[in-house]
Write a protein that binds this ligand. Structure first.
Ligand SMILES: [Zn+2]
Length: 151
């Protein structure tokens, strides 16, 4: 495996899927949406990964690892409290948020959608995933390591 990216993203890790009921103006319908904390964290991760891609000269409109490349990831989430406390969040939901942030834009995205960092094109490319939750830590965030799994 060849390492393609390693970075630390500071900020408290947030889960994807902690849905909040929202009333749609006009129709009055209730729909479920990700919490603002969750969306904000995802944008922080996206911005940090894009910046790192720029730093290593791998930033562009296309995903860094194209659709046919298998990817391995190691994610270490540093949380502010005891990692087994319910309030710290579920590990698989932390994973979901970061995996989505690392994927590429699709046809429905704007040019700078802020939700996709484009490390790879599609979450399906991730064939290996090792993740860990650690705490309590003052330096909260996530360490992301990515490898091409085909070389
Ligand atoms: Zn996008």
């Amino acid at each position: 495996m060849i390492e393609v990216l390693t970075l630390f993203v500071p900020g408290r890790p947030r889960t994807k899927g902690s849905l909040t009921p929202m009333v749609t103006p006009g129709t009055g319908r209730v729909r479920l949406t990700d919490s603002d904390d969750s969306k904000h964290w995802r944008r922080v991760v996206t911005a940090a990964v894009r910046k790192e891609r720029e730093r290593i000269g791998q930033y562009g409109p296309r995903p860094m690892l194209h659709r046919r490349v298998p990817v391995a990831l190691a994610l270490t989430f540093l949380v502010p409290g005891d990692p087994i406390d319910h309030e710290m969040g579920d590990l698989d939901k932390f994973e979901r948020n970061v995996l989505d942030a690392l994927s590429g834009c699709d046809d429905t995205c704007g040019r700078f959608c802020g939700k996709h960092a484009g490390l790879y094109a599609d979450d399906a490319q991730v064939i290996k995933l090792l993740s860990e939750k650690m705490g309590p830590r003052a330096d909260v965030g996530v360490v992301i390591q990515a490898w091409r799994a085909d070389q």
